[in-house]
Design a protein around this ligand. Structure first.
Ligand SMILES: Cc1ncc(COP(=O)(O)O)c(C=O)c1O
Length: 383
């Protein structure tokens, strides 16, 4: 690869394809502030006191609202500080006495989840992610030699791939969970942000009619209301919320009561539903532009055409190393997250390609198109 010539360095602003955070205009800050004000004046005793202890699974009002939102019994819900904490507590719970520490995940997958599982002693192994979900042939083969403690999936508008697991694959995954006796964690922070098509069934819902299947669903308000509230939750079979509560109580007691009550009122007042509609309206055109711009600049390299969420991703053929590609992209004014970091340690992007996650949620049409055009130029030059 030729080193970038400093004379060619772009002077126009860097395009940041790096973070998957909500754009500020997707967070209804004024409405949340107003709700918070009314909670503070109406319920100071409730929100400034400790939450009750003794297997406390979260604010009752919030669990009722979440139960209604998902049409599940609120007693199956456990509230956490963001869904990352749900991943941490579940890893502790599921791996503590597990005879096997093997965890299977999509390759690529959400890198922070892998780090969390590894901190709890897991050996995380990657199963290739196709345009419609996990490669089930590879999964079945792995299951024949070793049954994991759990399989971690992001079945809707996956981070980083943008992929949605098909209905057919969901049914088969749930069936395999029952046949081999492993738990599935489905992490669904982007599920409500659908711009096209119809939503496949939640794996957790499918599991209800398959004897022996075990699915834990992990939700979050970060992408549909506000990440600053740090409200996440687990929907599990009876017993799971209590087990997680015991872990929580021995470390931090409970999530902040104030933030839970504010979240509950955001559901009760209709703000969450309204905001989901607003975010869909805001992101749909960005999504459409991104899909088109990728097709135009990078051809058929996309893993899938996402129907929602934040991400489109590509396996871009290159004749250089990832490191050199990233350096050349940076010199060209494109900031990227290292794609190989999304792959569990025993997996990697297909050889001869770099994996690029291209979040579109926070970029204008022009910025996104400019970013992928620059990437195409870098790929063409890179040797
Ligand atoms: C798949 C996935 N899980 C979990 C999280 C973390 O969400 P939270 O803010 O609820 O901790 C993210 C954030 O980007 C994510 O993409």
């Amino acid at each position: 690869m030729t080193s970038p010539n400093p004379k060619d360095a772009v002077t126009s602003p860097t395009v940041h394809f790096s973070r998957g955070i909500p754009p500020l205009e997707a967070i209804p800050s004024a409405d949340i502030a107003e709700l918070t004000g009314s909670v503070l004046s109406a319920e100071p005793d409730r929100v400034f006191q400790y939450a009750p202890i003794g297997r406390h699974t979260g604010d009752r009002e919030l669990r009722d609202q979440l139960g209604a939102f998902h049409s599940v019994d609120p007693d199956r819900i456990f509230v956490t500080n963001g869904s990352l904490q749900a991943l941490d507590l579940l890893a502790a719970h599921l791996l503590k006495d597990a005879p096997r520490k093997k965890v299977l995940a999509e390759a690529p997958t959400y890198d922070r989840a892998v780090q969390i599982f590894e901190r709890h002693g897991a050996q995380v192994s990657g199963i290739p992610l196709r345009g419609d979900g996990l490669d089930l042939d590879v999964l079945r083969e792995r299951l024949r030699t070793e049954v994991p403690a759990f399989v971690y999936l992001i079945p809707d508008f996956q981070n980083p791939g943008g992929v949605t697991t098909s209905e057919e694959k969901r049914r088969e995954l749930v069936r395999l969970s029952a046949e081999f006796g492993f738990t599935i964690l489905e992490d669904i922070p982007y599920r409500e942000l659908r711009f096209a098509g119809t939503a496949p069934t939640l794996l957790g819902e499918l599991a209800e009619s398959v004897e022996g299947a075990r699915v834990l669903t992990i939700g979050s308000l970060s992408k549909i209301l506000s990440p600053g509230l740090r409200v996440g939750y687990v929907i599990g079979p009876p017993g799971t919320p209590g087990a997680l509560a015991a872990l929580a109580e021995s470390t931090y007691l409970s999530p902040a009561p104030l933030l839970q009550v504010v979240a509950a009122r955001a559901f009760a007042s209709g703000l969450v539903r309204r905001n989901i509609d607003e975010v869909r309206k805001l992101l749909r055109p960005r999504h459409d532009t991104a899909v088109e711009a990728v097709r135009k600049a990078l051809g058929e390299a996309a893993l899938c055409v996402p129907e929602g969420g934040y991400y489109i991703s590509v396996h871009l053929p290159v004749r250089t190393t990832e490191e050199k590609f990233l350096a050349a992209a940076a010199a060209e004014g494109v900031a990227l997250t290292r794609g190989s970091a999304f792959y569990p340690a025993d997996s990697a992007p297909p050889s001869g390609t770099v994996f690029l996650r291209l979040p579109f949620q926070a970029l204008s049409d022009e910025e996104f198109a400019e970013g992928v055009t620059r990437l195409a130029a870098v790929a063409q030059r890179a040797e």
